[in-house]
Each structure stands twice: as structure tokens, then as C-alpha cells.
Design a protein. Structure first.
Length: 351
């Protein structure tokens, strides 16, 4: 029976009028393959609807030749409809861990404890990778405190061309989606387990991410439903764990590390955030939360320490201002720490 890889391979043989294949050009969105049936959306410029009719026919033929029993392709253009209510949506189809269509690598950014800077790391890392020329997505799955819209300077509501799939937002070269964009700013969201899992699956499989080199997933703190659902439903290529050097944060980080080991998700490395405080007036360095604890933990685990990021007011101001420090002060020492992580990833898991 046809599987996702075979379907994608068959579609890669189909050219767009502008050149390049339909998968790499990001035309194929929201691909699902189940029980021999292949379904997806071809998102095109409405002016090109005629030109895409033969392409649609060729894609149907190629998929049937590759073993599909049924093929359903919907041609859509962008429209400004209200986003679907993610909490009311039906559960997504994928059953086991499978790659998210069009996404080459999926990396989770996790922490054992809240407030250690996981979202700050995710937004800066996403922008740093985009600055290196990679096609980057950032999924804010921190359902208890989605902060990426603010950190990436994104507002407004994502639109849905067909009421089923969701168009992500974009800023600083990063394609982004957050549960924070689907709720009102002041709305306290009380997610129950099954709702949470359905919403995460929709964010992964029904957002039209397009072709991406990497999707970063900013997880909620701890070891809960979201982490489990992510690893059970999507193929996660690796996890980065962020911690402050404090013993208590490290203790929680260890639980997160154990969880990823149990879920068979490779640990790509640790990041020590708020490593030392650098005074913005005199440049004096002070190890407010201690220093070096995360490096020692990384050594013990035999994984890389990807960076030690200082506690610096510019990092906070940049995050609050909607342009992460790697965008607002790309040459600063603080930005360099994030670039170092981006370099390490492009040399390892993203090579
Ligand atoms: N290295 C840093 N220097 C200065 N401020 C920082 C640094 N890292 C994070 N912050 C600030 O600390 C606060 C918490 O950071 P952030 O939201 O990234 O943490 P988090 O781990 O994602 O938290 P939660 O999981 O609870 O949402 C933010 O105001 C952020 O701007």
C-alpha cells in the first residue's frame, strides 16, 4: 500500500510551470496518506488555476501509478477566512510517529522548568538558522504560555483557505504558528488532555508549513501530554534541553532528558541560559544562578553543550520588542551565543 515517502517521491517528479517540482516549491500542502488514499492541497496563485489543471491531472496519474487507490487534490488560493476553531476540530489522521509533510527535520526545544528561557532560545535560534539561508518554521506548542507571537513580532489571525488547513504567519524569515494566535490575547486557555493532543496534531499536520529544512517546536515546560503526543505522532529528529545552572532547574531538566530517552528522541545537546549576568553599565560578569552546572551535566551525559547564554537585559528587551537579539543586534556578543547553536546544528543534525 502506498506510504507517505512513496507519495512524496511520485510528486517530486511533477514540475510547476515556474520550474522546480511541486513538493520543493511548497505547492503541496497538508498531505495525508491513509489506507491507500492520498489527499492534499495544492496551494497556488489563483491566476494560475488553468495552468495547474494539467499538473493536477499528472499528479493524480503519478500517484495512482505509485500505488494509490484514491487521490484527492484540492487546488486553493489564499483567502481571508476566519481560522478554524482548533479546539473543535476533528482529530488528525496520522496514527504513529511519521514525518510532517515537507519538513526535513523536526527539532524540539524543551525545558524541565518554566521561565528558563526556552522560548527566547527557540525564537533566536529560528532567526539565526533563517539568517544562514535555511527554510525555518517555528511551532509554538507552549499551550500554557504561548509567547512566540510577541517574541517574533507577529499579530493578527492566521487565515484558513479551505476551513480545514491553516496558513501560518511569517516574520524575520521564519514561518511561524502558535496556539497564541488562535486565542484572544487575554483569554485564559484551559486545555484538557485530549483537546491538547488534537490541537497539537492540527498544528503539525494541518498547518500549511510548505517545504522546510527544519521545524523547531517550542514545547511547554516539563514532561506532559504535549511532549508525549509530539513524539508519538511526529518523527522528532532531536531535542535540545534548555536549563539555567541552578540545581533545581537542572534536576527538572534531567527528568526531561530521561523522557526523551524513553521516547527514543535523540538528545542533540544542552543549553545553559542565564549563565552569568553581564552588567549593561560596566560589563561586570556575575554568576547569579551559579555557573557551569549544565556543562557538567552535558559531560556526564556525553552530549554537546551547545551554548552558554548570558543573562543580559538586551536579550529580554529584544524579546519583548518582537525582534529577537539575533535580528535587532546581530553583531552583539549575546547574539553570537545563539549563532553558535545554529552553527552546531547545521554541522550535525541539519547537515
Ligand atoms: N539570557 C537572557 N537574558 C535576559 N533575559 C532573558 C534571557 N533568557 C530569557 N530571558 C527573559 O526571561 C523571561 C522568560 O523567558 P522565556 O519566556 O523564554 O522562558 P520559557 O522557558 O519559555 O518560559 P515558559 O516555558 O514558562 O513560557 C522572558 O522575559 C525573557 O525575555
Amino acid at each position: 500500500m502506498i506510504d507517505r515517502e512513496t507519495a512524496l517521491a511520485a510528486l517530486k517528479a511533477i514540475e510547476t510551470p515556474a520550474g522546480g517540482d511541486v513538493v520543493s516549491a511548497g505547492v503541496v500542502r497538508a498531505l495525508t496518506v491513509s489506507d491507500g488514499a492520498v489527499r492534499f492541497v495544492m496551494e497556488i496563485d489563483p491566476a494560475q488555476a488553468q495552468a495547474f489543471e494539467p499538473i493536477k491531472t499528472a499528479a493524480e496519474a503519478a500517484l495512482k501509478a505509485a500505488g494509490a487507490d484514491a487521490v484527492s487534490i484540492v487546488l486553493t488560493g489564499h483567502t481571508e477566512k476566519a481560522p478554524p476553531d482548533v479546539r473543535m476540530g476533528k482529530k488528525s489522521e496520522p496514527k504513529g510517529p511519521e514525518p510532517v509533510p515537507g519538513i526535513a527535520r523536526l527539532i524540539a526545544v524543551a525545558s524541565g522548568k518554566g521561565g528558563v528561557g526556552k522560548s527566547t532560545v527557540s525564537s533566536n535560534l529560528a532567526c539565526a538558522l533563517a539568517q544562514k539561508g535555511l527554510r525555518v518554521g517555528l511551532l509554538d506548542a507552549d499551550v500554557y504560555g504561548p509567547s512566540q507571537p510577541r517574541m517574533l513580532g507577529i499579530s493578527g489571525r492566521p487565515s484558513s483557505p479551505d476551513g480545514k488547513t491553516i496558513l501560518p504567519m511569517r516574520n524575520h524569515g521564519v514561518t511561524a504558528m502558535s496556539l497564541g494566535l488562535m486565542t484572544n490575547d487575554d483569554q485564559a486557555v484551559v486545555w484538557r488532555g485530549p483537546m491538547l493532543m488534537g490541537a497539537l496534531q492540527q498544528m503539525l499536520f494541518q498547518v500549511q508549513w510548505g517545504a522546510l529544512d527544519v521545524l523547531l517546536v517550542d514545547l511547554p515546560p516539563g514532561t506532559g501530554d504535549v511532549q508525549m503526543t509530539l513524539a508519538q505522532k511526529a518523527r522528532v529528529d532531536g531535542a535540545i534541553v534548555v536549563s539555567t545552572p541552578q540545581d533545581v532547574a537542572l534536576l527538572d531538566a534531567r527528568k526531561g532528558i530521561d523522557m526523551f530517552q524513553q521516547l527514543n528522541v535523540p538528545l542533540l545537546g544542552l543549553i545553559e541560559n542565564m549563565s552569568t549576568h553581564i552588567c549593561s553599565k560596566c560589563g561586570h560578569e556575575d554568576p547569579v544562578f551559579g555557573h557551569g552546572g549544565v556543562a557538567a551535566e552535558a559531560r556526564k551525559l556525553g552530549v554537546p553543550l551547545l551554548a552558554e547564554i548570558p543573562l543580559h537585559i538586551d536579550i529580554r528587551l529584544a524579546a519583548d520588542g518582537g525582534a529577537p537579539i539575533v535580528v535587532s543586534k546581530p553583531e552583539s556578543a549575546q547574539a553570537r551565543a545563539f549563532h553558535q547553536v545554529a552553527d552546531a546544528l547545521t554541522e550535525s543534525v541539519l547537515a
